[in-house]
Design a protein. Structure first.
Length: 296
């Protein structure tokens, strides 16, 4: 009986997994093989031109397509249940970012910068040819270059600067560890057993006032207020009420933001703006799962 239940559970999980993957709707490759796809319509002509110049250098001099996709939120593409990492990997693979189909000169060095403005998340996704040691450099670019600009509502500047850093990275050999000159100030630890340096990982600077914190404030406020009422301690009651009101306030703000995202995000699926460099960057590449994510 137990064995049958386990088998039924595995079967249902596989069916649900296939259904979830089937719901993801990645748009087709941009018209004219443009390297910038702005489905959120957040970029202006000057930004397209600036990105195009950097992308031209990466592709023509280093054989590396650096592709940018800007959307409002993953839910508009059926990706609400996916993490930014899984969603970006699917996007990368559907677009086949890379040049493997170009014969002997082909490579799997593609790079995707996916920006979800409504979700307030971004992801650098790397082609499978990039060594995993380059994840640290992607983390630096994300946390020290892109995310600080996004936090200041300078979205276009964050995208441009991020792409320019990725282009500089594209000029290196993916099979080798990143040279130190690419990094900013860091603390390096020497791994004497293999004779290599290891950079301490950066921590993500996510939004501290998310849904979890709102729930924690509300629950904590209710508990403190209840304990204070039972023990007739007014101070605890007032602290609990304050935390409860703070949690409810943040919850209302989050719900309002989600409602705005739902109202404005649907239009991004119908079309977008395309530009940047145009080339053969959608020619057989696939993700290796490397890169870095960030939120603001």
């Amino acid at each position: 009986m137990i064995r049958s239940a386990v088998l039924v559970g595995i079967t249902l999980a596989c069916i649900v997994g296939r259904d979830l993957r089937a719901q993801v709707r990645i748009p087709p490759v941009p018209p004219n093989n443009s390297f910038v796809a702005d489905y959120a319509k957040a970029l202006d002509p000057k930004t397209f031109a600036r990105l195009g110049q950097a992308q031209k250098t990466a592709f023509e001099q280093h054989g590396t397509p650096v592709v940018v996709a800007v959307i409002w939120r993953r839910a508009d593409y059926g990706g609400a249940s996916l993490s930014i990492e899984d969603f970006a990997k699917q996007w990368f693979n559907v677009w086949r970012i890379g040049t493997l189909d170009l014969g002997a000169q082909g490579a799997n060095k593609g790079i995707l910068l996916l920006v979800c403005l409504g979700d307030r998340e971004a992801r650098i996704e790397l082609g499978a040819q990039w060594d995993s040691r380059w994840n640290t450099e992607c983390e630096r670019i994300m946390q020290e270059v892109i995310i600080p600009e996004f936090k200041q509502a300078r979205n276009t500047e964050g995208i441009c600067r991020g792409v320019e850093e990725l282009v500089r990275m594209a000029g290196q050999e993916p099979s080798q560890p990143p040279p130190r000159k690419l990094f900013g100030p860091v603390r390096d630890t020497i791994n004497r057993s293999v004779g290599e340096y290891v950079r301490e990982p950066l921590q993500h600077n996510g939004n501290p006032w998310g849904w979890g914190w709102s729930a924690l404030l509300i629950l904590g406020g209710m508990v403190l207020a209840g304990v204070g009422w039972m023990k007739e301690q007014k101070l605890l009651v007032w602290i609990g009420i304050s935390l409860l009101m703070l949690g409810i306030s943040w919850l209302v703000l989050l719900l309002f933001a989600a409602a705005r995202a739902k109202g404005s995000g649907d239009s991004s699926w119908s079309g977008g703006s395309f530009g940047g460099y145009s080339g053969g960057g959608f020619s057989g590449g696939f993700s290796g799962g490397g890169g870095a994510s960030g939120s603001w």
